[in-house]
Design a protein. Structure first.
Length: 277
């Protein structure tokens, strides 16, 4: 394997690929479900993927000192596979490319891209360390369907409940992502909202926000078949129930976050089917 290939793999790992792809796929799927063409939906997907890559890389860049102190050997930068200068360069480059792509999709999309980049970077620059940590997630996720609507060839406004569903999924994802690292984070001075609320209350937040998102979709959607709604609700309750149970363990496993990603995917599918234009 060449040095360039190893470097590319390390950068991909540092971008936090699972949440990156999850959010980008959400935007692409919602775009297709809203009647936007495949080619245009792909452009929306690329814009969102670049935005997520920028935020993901900046996280590892700005957290490098903390990651070293915590001996986070799962981070490519800690293992020396990628330098801080490289993380900084590609994070800024991805942000510029995301904004240029958004500009090509329309003025409204360009403005929302600035908001989403600002929310993600604000989290990494300090909001992740205090009570306001959930706000960037709520804003960033909630803005995704709005971005899709304004980036469409014929721009449209999504209904408020769709934005609320996305924001709830963002908050749920935040708590699930932080929970496995609570003990280590406290040693390095990170006291986000999940840390302040504690493990038990955080597990309740994970469950309640994810289930509330599903209930909103199945009750507000006008075109969702009852059997599909029931299957989606059952799948969400099962996944969230398992994730919440694991969240109560003394050392919550990292599988909680993938479980919540699956629950979010169920909600996205319901959202696409239930809000089709």
């Amino acid at each position: 394997m060449s040095t360039a290939t190893k470097k590319a793999i390390a950068l991909a790992q540092a971008s936090h690929p699972i949440p990156c792809l999850a959010v980008a796929l959400f935007s692409g799927m919602f775009s297709l479900g809203s009647g936007v063409s495949l080619g245009h939906s792909l452009a929306i997907f690329c814009a969102m993927l670049l935005q997520q890559i920028s935020v993901g890389l900046s996280n590892d860049w700005l957290d490098h000192r903390r990651d070293l102190e915590a001996r986070r050997t799962d981070k490519p930068s800690v293992k020396g596979l990628v330098t801080i200068a490289e993380l900084r360069f590609w994070s800024i480059t991805a942000a510029i490319l995301a904004e240029f792509t958004a500009v090509a999709l329309g003025f409204g999309a360009a403005l929302l891209m600035v908001l989403m980049l600002a929310a993600g970077w604000a989290y990494n620059l300090g909001m992740k360390s205090n009570w306001s940590s959930a706000i960037p997630y709520a804003i960033g996720f909630g803005a995704v369907p709005l971005f899709v609507g304004l980036a469409a060839p014929e721009p449209f406004w999504v209904e408020p409940w769709v934005v609320l569903v996305s924001a709830l999924l963002g908050v749920s994802a935040h708590f699930a992502n932080v929970l496995p690292d609570i003990a280590v984070d406290k040693l390095t001075g990170v006291n986000a909202l999940p840390h302040l609320l504690g493990q038990r209350i955080s597990s309740v937040v994970i469950a309640s926000t994810a289930v509330a998102a599903t209930l909103l979709v199945v009750t507000q959607s006008k075109s969702l078949h009852p059997l599909v709604a029931f299957a989606g609700l059952f799948a969400t309750l099962t996944l969230v129930g398992i994730a919440s149970g694991l969240a109560l363990r003394k050392k919550p496993p990292r599988v909680i976050f993938p479980l919540l990603i699956l629950a979010a995917l169920v909600n996205v599918i319901l959202l696409v089917l239930g809000s089709a234009r």
